[in-house]
Design a protein around this ligand. Structure first.
Ligand SMILES: NC(=O)c1ccc[n+]([C@@H]2O[C@H](COP(=O)([O-])OP(=O)(O)OC[C@H]3O[C@@H](n4cnc5c(N)ncnc54)[C@H](OP(=O)(O)O)[C@@H]3O)[C@@H](O)[C@H]2O)c1
Length: 246
């Protein structure tokens, strides 16, 4: 890898917002490590970006597996001795089970991807991130993890009765703040793909394409945080319009 090229690893890069972030950062000339838990889907996605001229390495990566994450570190190390940016994008929506019916097993499966996943991946890639001059970690969170949003009766998610997904993103937000405080040499920030003020989100498979924003609009907050400079913020939560309340 060219020593001057910025590198990024994107989990769940094979489709949706992860794929669009990969496409946009690839257009900037960055080296894209495209994480995908399914090798076939990952290869197909990487092939599309490579055909468009991007520099892409497909990385088999299931964020719920320590073994898979360790394999991803080994593969990335074959290409580079540092990682500039990590985007913890992979996410699971869960089954939208009502709180009265939610079981620990149901919650656990969602947390394994949305909470333990970003910790697994961040922890494993810390040495490569620390070797970068200006490392950044972007956590792809959600407005439904925000207390301010869920307590606002005007927000549709105030009426969404479920436990797993929303609380997993709330946990991810605090995890991000904790990392930001403990590791000032790395910038850790949270992005939600929507526009909180306009109650919008991005159309992807996760929401059966009910979102009103495009994936390009949905990735504005993610790309924005991935490309912050050395004087940029750490420990903040933004949507595409700017900082939002926790
Ligand atoms: N769309 C929105 O407006 C919106 C709003 C708020 C937050 N988000 C967040 O944005 C992120 C991306 O979601 P999306 O909307 O782009 O949904 P999506 O199109 O369903 O993409 C989800 C991605 O996560 C991957 N993934 C799921 N479990 C994984 C695992 N265990 N290991 C590795 N990858 C895994 C999926 O891989 P497979 O293809 O193999 O399933 C897929 O690549 C998620 O964290 C989501 O919570 C999205």
């Amino acid at each position: 890898m060219d020593a001057r090229t910025t590198s990024v690893l994107i989990t769940g890069g094979n489709k949706g917002l992860g794929f669009e972030a990969a496409r946009r950062l690839g257009e900037l000339g960055w080296t894209i490590f495209l994480g995908s838990r399914d090798e076939g889907r990952g290869r197909a996605a990487a092939g599309k970006l490579t055909a468009g001229g991007a520099n892409v390495v497909m990385v088999p990566l299931d964020v719920t597996s320590d073994e898979s994450v360790a394999g991803a570190v080994r593969l990335v190390k074959e290409h580079t001795d540092r990682l500039d940016v990590l985007i913890n994008n992979a996410g699971a929506p869960g089954n939208v089970v009502a709180p009265a019916d939610a079981t620990a097993d149901e919650i656990h499966a969602v947390y394994d991807t949305n909470v333990y996943g970003p910790i697994r991946v961040t922890h494993a890639f810390l040495p490569l991130l620390r070797a970068a001059e200006h490392p950044r970690v972007v956590m792809v969170s959600s407005a439904v993890g925000s207390f301010a949003v869920v307590m606002d009766p005007e927000q549709p998610s105030a009426k969404l009765h479920e436990l797993a997904y929303s609380t997993s993103k709330t946990a991810l937000n605090m995890i991000t703040v904790r990392y930001a405080k403990a590791l000032p040499e790395i910038k850790f920030n949270c992005a939600t793909p929507g526009e909180v003020a306009n109650r919008t989100y991005a159309a992807t498979d996760m929401n059966n394409h009910t979102g009103r924003l495009t994936v390009t609009e949905g990735t504005d907050s993610i790309v924005g945080l991935a490309t912050i400079g050395p004087d940029g913020p750490t420990g903040i939560f933004v949507d595409r319009l700017g900082p939002i309340a926790w």
